[in-house]
Design a binder for this molecule. Structure first.
Ligand code: SF4
Length: 237
């Protein structure tokens, strides 16, 4: 585990305990938590210890309609740990979410997913070329994972990071929107404007940061992107 924090109005409904797991197979150019990419950047934690902490916050979760979100890094890089925490949380009556790129979706079998109330699925581009440029990985596993979620009827939020010069061309946005609209399990889309808050972390880690000169998108560009999703009937923020 890398770290955890209590957050409200992000990473799912209500007040949430977002737990960042260490280790990720992707290398997104805009990653704002590059310190979570490497599994060695975390500390070993027992699922039971995390569950004991979750238990302490049950009242907060109940009062706010919140719960836990397992994030990363990549939560599905540690499916057995995730399985135990998610099942334990459900046994405590706590709402559960996972925040994932879906790249390792095959690691999540149906029994793991049976204890997930909400998936925050990060779709980083709609076409293969852009996806590979952004993440270094292939797009197909993410698309396949989303379709599985649809088949299982698991509520899904799609998250898309808008990066000028990288993910803002109409072809990729249109494809993400078409895909989101095709699933039938997507209750919300979040268009997240790129920001530079993670820049210093890249430098601290001695990693090359490719987006040094990239500006955040304009308000008009964010609004136009959201309207592409809304035009397909998707509730979009
Ligand atoms: S999937 Fe998330 S944690 Fe992994 S590199 Fe991309 S942004 Fe960073």
């Amino acid at each position: 585990m890398h770290s955890w924090e209590l957050v409200t109005a992000v990473d799912g409904p209500g007040t949430r305990m977002t737990t960042f797991l260490a280790g990720c197979p992707l290398r997104c150019l805009y990653c704002h938590n590059p310190d979570t990419m490497n599994a060695r950047g975390g500390v070993p934690v027992l699922a039971d210890d995390l569950l004991a902490r979750i238990r302490r916050y049950r009242g907060v979760f109940r009062a706010t309609g919140g719960g836990i979100t397992l994030s990363g890094g990549e939560v599905l890089a540690q499916p057995e740990f995730a399985r135990r925490v998610l099942r334990g949380a459900k046994d405590l009556g706590v709402h559960t979410a996972i925040d994932t790129s879906g790249f390792l979706g095959r690691n999540a079998d149906d029994s793991l997913l049976s204890n997930v109330d909400l998936v925050l699925l990060d779709v980083k581009a709609g076409d293969e070329t852009t996806y590979r440029r952004v993440t270094g990985g292939a797009l197909a596993p993410t698309l396949e994972f989303g379709r599985r979620l649809a088949g299982l009827g698991i509520e899904t939020w799609i998250r898309f990071v808008l990066v000028p010069g990288l993910t803002d061309h109409p072809a990729t946005i249109g494809r993400v929107a078409d895909y989101a609209a095709s699933l039938g399990c997507v209750s919300r889309v979040e268009v997240l404007p790129f920001h530079q808050l993670g820049r210093d972390k890249w430098a601290d880690l001695g990693l090359r940061y490719a987006l040094d000169d990239t500006e955040p998108p304009t308000a008009e560009s964010v609004a136009a992107t959201r309207s592409v999703f809304r035009a397909r009937g998707l509730i979009t923020f």
